[in-house]
Design a protein around this ligand. Sequence first.
Ligand SMILES: CC(C)(COP(=O)(O)OP(=O)(O)OC[C@H]1O[C@@H](n2cnc3c(N)ncnc32)[C@H](O)[C@@H]1OP(=O)(O)O)[C@@H](O)C(=O)NCCC(=O)NCCS
Length: 307
Amino acid sequence: MLTPNTHPFTVERRNAIVGAEAQRMTFPAYRQLLDGAPGHDIFVAFQGTELCGLALWRESDEGGRRLLSVFTASVWRRKGVARALMRQAQKIYCTAGSGKLAAFWSDSLPGAEPLSRLLASLGWSTPALDCVRISANAQQTKVWSDSRRMERMTVRPGIEFREFGAVTASERAEIDGLLEAEGVPGRWRPFDPLVNVNQQLSLLMYRNMNLDGWMVVQNSGPGEVWFCSLYNRGLSTSAGALMPLLVEVCRRHHAAFGPTGRWRYNTGPEHPGMAAFLDRYAGEFADFHDRHLYSTFTFSGAPIATV
Ligand SMILES: CC(C)(COP(=O)(O)OP(=O)(O)OC[C@H]1O[C@@H](n2cnc3c(N)ncnc32)[C@H](O)[C@@H]1OP(=O)(O)O)[C@@H](O)C(=O)NCCC(=O)NCCS
């Protein structure tokens, strides 16, 4: 148990904790872990019986630890509670020889800026982009795309679409062979054996008979799809070459699922053009849009910026 000299609270590690306060201090998705779950640690700060703060960690596959949530009660904020919780965890994980520590968070959280400053003050790496996340409603997307008919978004002569469901097995094999020869990794090829692929909404886009790109759409929940990949073969040099494909998938999604249908999409820093497009426009058509960030801490010395 650690008792910081300057603050009248104590910090300890627990396997489980009960009570409404602890529940309130944890993201809803993680609350069931407070009952005690293998591979998870809970660090709590108490003053007497009053819970001042709570941090939840999970063991990662590589043996490191991932911070799932850290929260300080409002009246205890800016009194060093979160720093003490983090320091205690770092000390224990360092002694145990744990691997790298990592934290992921949304820049839309009210606590995002305090958290990144807290991590910086403890020697964690500068926050980096994990992915841009979008969640949108079919009707809102339609209103937006109908109202912004930019030339690059429209279907022009020479552009054609094919549903995955209409592509025969031999054609699939031929396309796969062509893309393999071109060096397109298996996970990016259109007919990679993903589960729950929506064969009507997933489309190949041809430009003047040439396969230009494709979009793979998965059914992910009732009334909801996941735009899981959008690939541009790079045959066209125009900016936003796949915009007509994206707009067409959204149009068909609206037709198939109705105005309340939802779609989600994530894109990472390896696609800076798409990330920049979403940063600029997503606020106009998506009802949720954030940047998912990460930071890491290594015990060997310098923090590193990869996960
Ligand atoms: C983020 C949070 C846990 C910080 O808790 P805290 O106990 O107030 O933080 P500390 O007092 O230990 O502050 C440590 C450092 O964090 C940074 N920090 C904390 N609050 C800050 C704020 N409001 N603005 C800017 N920096 C802040 C500062 O660098 C601070 O050091 P300093 O006081 O010497 O300048 C708290 O704001 C919180 O519970 N937010 C809501 C939950 C949340 O969003 N959690 C993060 C995602 S899991």
